[in-house]
Design a protein around this ligand. Structure first.
Ligand code: DQA
Length: 149
């Protein structure tokens, strides 16, 4: 087993209202809680030889600061900006500064939903987007990053 310090580091950022997963519109977002998703992510990351840190915030500025702190400290990012996907130039600008692979996750297929959800402020600057696969999308993103970094 590789020493932890040598493992590639991935930061997973969950945006607003994702702390309510499991309770929030389960027909759209599923029944798993965010804690359950994070535990599965940690387990999967370990198997892939990655170290992960997970972070959730309901505040745009806190997410921007977390992305800034990732500069030079992480090898890849998985981010679901949630509602900020559609509005946040600040999160986009913070992500653009990083020169590491970034994967955007959308639990639901945002292109099948209301028109205001069709636009993502980050889809044209990320490495890849996974939309519509529910929490499994995070696992696939980890696998993608494990190949890339
Ligand atoms: C979401 C889609 C957004 O439109 C919504 O505001 C969310 C969740 C998703 O993962 O499907 O909070 O980002």
């Amino acid at each position: 087993m590789e020493a932890d310090a040598n493992r590639r580091k991935v930061l997973v950022i969950h945006g607003p209202n994702l702390n309510m997963l499991g309770k929030r519109e389960p027909d759209i977002y599923g029944h798993q809680t965010l804690d359950e998703v994070n535990i599965k992510l940690e387990d999967h990351a370990g198997k892939l030889g990655l170290h992960i840190e997970t972070f959730q915030s309901n505040h745009e500025g806190a997410i921007v600061e977390k992305i800034q702190q990732a500069y030079g400290a992480f090898d890849g990012i998985i981010i679901n900006p949630a509602a900020y996907t559609h509005t946040s130039i600040a999160i986009r600008d913070a992500l653009v500064m990083l020169d590491i692979p970034i994967i955007e996750i959308q639990l639901s297929n945002i292109y099948k939903r209301e028109p205001f959800r069709h636009a993502s402020m980050i889809s044209d600057i990320v490495t890849a987007q996974v939309s519509g696969l529910g929490p499994n999308g995070y696992m696939l993103a980890l696998e993608g990053l494990a190949q890339m970094i």
